[in-house]
Design a protein around this ligand. Structure first.
Ligand code: AMP
Ligand code: ZN
Length: 134
């Protein structure tokens, strides 16, 4: 997409710090890192989110995440990771091109885990919510 900042990075029109690349995905250092080595992995095909990504890319994107972690492991030796993506405005997504955050974690780095993103389960028991799926 012509006005998409991450499509411009893929096209080489915006400089970036690429640490892994293959035919389907690009991994580059986040410009405002929340952890040392904070990396974004993006599909080379424009898609706003996972639901809009062509099915054939999904497996390849996860493979690129793995390759990226292997690279980060080798260079920075983190003690762990948080890996995930913000989906939609409510989920905190600012750039409308799917990007997977790979955040290396280090012992005693002061960070939290996935549960620290949200703690607002709303009304209804788990059983009541489950019934909605039946
Ligand atoms: P999100 O809230 O998931 O949409 O996060 C977007 C991320 O993209 C943020 O962490 C930004 O720091 C990062 N970002 C935005 N522009 C660039 C850029 N040109 N190069 C690298 N990272 C970027
Ligand atoms: Zn794009």
């Amino acid at each position: 997409m012509s006005d998409c900042i991450f499509c411009k990075i893929i096209a080489g029109e915006i400089p970036n710090y690429t640490i892994y690349e293959d035919d389907f995905a690009l991994a580059f250092l986040d410009i405002t890192p929340r952890a040392k080595g904070h990396t974004l992995v993006i599909p080379k095909m424009h898609a706003e989110n996972l639901l809009q990504l062509e099915e054939s890319y999904t497996e390849k994107l996860l493979t690129a995440v793995k390759k990226t972690q292997e690279k980060l492991d080798k260079v920075l030796q983190p003690a762990g990771y948080n890996v995930g993506w913000n989906h939609g405005q409510a989920g905190g997504q600012a750039v409308p091109h799917l990007h997977i955050h790979v955040m290396p974690r280090y012992n005693n780095d002061g960070g939290g885990n996935m549960h620290s993103i949200i703690n607002n389960p709303g009304s209804g028991s788990v059983e009541e919510v489950y019934k909605l799926f039946e």
